[in-house]
Structure formats: C-alpha cells, structure tokens
Design a protein around this ligand. Structure first.
Ligand code: NAI
Ligand code: PYR
Ligand code: MG
Length: 372
C-alpha cells in the first residue's frame, strides 16, 4: 500500500504520525512509505533517518497527498488538507468531529474514509489511542495552570505548593479519567491540595484506592461544582463522553463566583470545551481572560512536547497502522471490534452516532459497511 506522512501544519504542531521505526515495520511488510520533507524535524527525526528506514521523501505536498492510498496524520485536517483528500483514500488521525461541523461536512464531501484515533476502544473500556496524549496533556495541564497563576499572566499570584507558613493552592480536576488522573498526580507532586470530581463512582473508587488519602475524590453534582468554583485557584476540565461534544459544566455567570485571577485549563477543548467561556487557543497565544478568570484552552497541548508525544502516540498507533496497510480499512475494521468504532466518516456518510447527533444528522452503523 502507498502510505503518505504529511508534515503537520496546525499552529505550533511539531508531532509526526510515524517514526523511522514505524517506517521500517511497514517497508519490511512490502508497503511504500512517502514522508514529506521535514515532517519529523519538530520531533527530532531527521529526513535522513526516514530514508535510512526505507521511506522516500517528497517535498511537493500536492504530489504527496495525491499519491497516497493511506494518509497518516496527527491533528485533524486543516482546511487546505481537507481540500486535498479524495474518495478512495483512507485518513487515519485525530478528528474530534463533534466539535467541528465544517470539518465534518468537509470530510463527508471528500468521499474519503476517515478513521479517528480517539474513538478506537479496547477490551478494558479505554480509548487506547487517545490515552497516550491524554497522559501528556494531563501532566502539562498543571504546568500550564501553574504558569497561568503568575501575576504577569493575569493570574492571582498563587504558587501551587505554597511555602512553609502559607497554604498550598487548591486545584480541582473535573473528570478523573486519563487526563484527570495525570493532572492530579502532577498537582499532588507539586504539593497542591487536590480534589477530583467525577460522576463515575467506580472511577473515584480506583483513584481513592490508588492515592491512599492524598487525593480528595468527590462525586460531581451541581453542589460540588459550585464549591469547586468558589474555592479553587486552578480548575482543570478533563471530562469526556467519547466522540461527543463536551458538556458545559461552568457557565459564564459562575465565573463571578471564582476568586479573581484564578485559572481554568480546559483540556476538553478538543471536544468543544467544558466551560461555557472556552474557545480554542494556540500555543502561540494560549490564554485569555474573561471576567478576571484566566482561560488556557490549547487544543493540541501535546504538540508542544513533540519528542515525547510522537514516541508515545506512535507506540499506540503502529499496530493499527500495520493492520490498515496489510488488510485495507474494510478488513482491518471487520476483524477488530475495537478498531471499528474508529470509523467516523465513509463515502459521504457519518458512521459515529455521537458525531451525527451533534449536528442533527443521520448516521450509518459502521458494521453494515464492513460486513462481507
Ligand atoms: N487539549 C488537548 O491537547 C488534549 C485534549 N484531550 C481531551 O481531554 C479530554 C479527556 O480525555 P481522557 O481523560 O482521555 O478521557 P477519559 O474517558 O479517560 O476520562 C473522562 C472522565 O470524565 C468523566 N466524566 C464524563 N462526563 C462527566 C461529567 N459531566 N462530570 C464529571 N465527570 C465526567 C468520565 O466518567 C471519565 O472518568 C478529552 O476531550 C480528550 O480529547 C486529550 C489529549 C490532549
Ligand atoms: C488528543 C489530541 O487532540 C491531541 O493530542 O492533540
Ligand atoms: Mg481542533
């Protein structure tokens, strides 16, 4: 199969969808891999390393996209990339479609088969291709929050761990999944007073057991959210309903109840954000202030630590890439019930129900497309 790896073009996105190690695995199976010149630079993988692994390099973007049967990316396609996609091609990347109607419609119009990393499941009820980047983003959320609390960033001037004689900051994490646990772990490590809210009691039980009394776990209700809003210095939004737009958990009116200069880090922004006042920002300009509250809403947080993120992401994606390349999308999805929910769009149709529901459109059961 002809496989293309474009250079990412989203603002300050330095990850790449395949490493030289991945190229070698594919080439040894008889596939042809074409990597855009410079695609790995931001992650520390030189063109020469891709060539040594058996890839060919292509500097002409149009030629790269048009030659490919399978296109491997990291971030959702940007407008000019959607325009390059055509029917018969398979795209494998993060899509987050429920947050972006125009992207959804663009992919439908392309006729291509679009498989999302973030809706692939595993036997443990997890999201194995989202999890590695959620670990990164969860850990970064605390760094971003701590920096945003500094006065020069518009923050309240609170230091997360405090100092002897001065109490530590209060950090609340809403959603105790992969992002939430990693954020909580970092905040605890820095000495903050940390609370996790979730509406899953089994999940809170796991966290309670794991952190042995160092972490407060609280069931998420309107009351417990209000308390968090009043008392927290830093709130990290880390909820997810897979594939769906994030629920809005803090309204604009509630910002008035927060301490001036407190910080909201909305990691769930890639699914539209879980605070009413969230709008996606970039690493170039990551924060803005609404009603005295600093908002950090970067939708590709892991892109900033690309060396770590590319390795973590491609460790998880490679087996699925190999299955797509060896078998083609239809057989690969037919053979693996956890790969099947990755299919979001095929031949003009939405194949993931929560995405269709977000826009009042119809969806097609992906199983009906792969059945032989
Ligand atoms: N901004 C960025 O760069 C990145 C964003 N993300 C995003 O972070 C979000 C979280 O991802 P994960 O932690 O992997 O998901 P996850 O599925 O591991 O955890 C989500 C948690 O939210 C809880 N939850 C759902 N609705 C809730 C509600 N209304 N109130 C309280 N808790 C609720 C669930 O019970 C679950 O424990 C996703 O939107 C993901 O796409 C992930 C990586 C990078
Ligand atoms: C999950 C995601 O959107 C990212 O890593 O950028
Ligand atoms: Mg986006």
């Amino acid at each position: 199969m002809k496989i293309a790896v474009p250079k990412e073009i989203k603002n300050h996105e330095y990850r790449v969808a395949l490493t030289p190690t991945g190229v070698r695995e594919l080439v040894e199976r008889g596939h042809q891999v074409i990597v855009q010149t410079g695609a790995g630079d931001g992650s520390g993988f030189a063109d020469s390393a891709f060539e040594a692994a058996g890839a060919s390099l292509e500097s002409d973007v149009e030629a790269l996209w048009s030659a490919a049967e399978l296109i491997l990316k990291v971030k959702e396609p940007q407008r000019e990339e959607v325009a390059r996609l055509s029917s018969g091609q398979t795209l494998f990347t993060y899509l987050h479609l429920a947050a972006e109607e125009s992207l959804t419609k663009g992919l439908m119009a392309s006729g291509a088969t679009c498989i999302a990393y973030e809706t692939i499941t595993d036997a443990q009820g997890g999201l194995p291709l989202l999890a590695p980047m959620s670990r990164v983003a969860g850990r970064m959320a605390v760094q971003a929050g701590a920096h945003s609390l500094e006065k020069a960033q518009g923050g309240s001037g609170v230091l997360l761990p405090g100092v002897p004689g001065v109490a530590p900051a209060k950090v609340t994490v809403i959603g105790g999944g992969v992002v939430g646990e990693n954020a909580a772990r970092m905040a605890l490590g820095l000495g903050a007073e940390v609370t996790v809210l979730d509406r899953s009691l089994p999940r809170l039980e796991v966290l309670d057991h794991r952190y042995q009394g160092r972490l407060r776990t609280v069931y998420s209700t309107a009351d417990s959210l209000e308390e968090a809003i009043r008392e927290s210095d830093l709130i990290i939004g880390a909820v997810l309903v897979p594939g769906a737009a994030a629920p809005k958990l803090i309204t604009r009116a509630q910002l008035a109840d927060m301490k001036p200069g407190s910080v909201l880090v909305d990691v769930a922004i890639d699914q539209g954000g879980c605070f009413e006042t969230s709008k996606a920002t970039t690493h170039a300009e990551p924060t803005y202030v609404v009603d005295g509250v600093v908002h950090y809403c970067v939708a590709n947080m892991p892109g900033a630590v690309a060396r770590t993120s590319t390795q973590a992401l491609t460790n998880a994606t490679l087996p699925f890439i190999i299955a797509l390349a060896d078998k083609g999308w239809k057989q690969a999805l037919a053979d693996d019930p956890h790969f099947l929910p990755g299919l979001n769009v095929h031949d003009g149709k939405i194949t993931y129900r929560a995405v269709a529901q977000a826009f009042g459109l119809d969806s097609v059961d992906p199983a009906s497309l792969v059945a032989s």
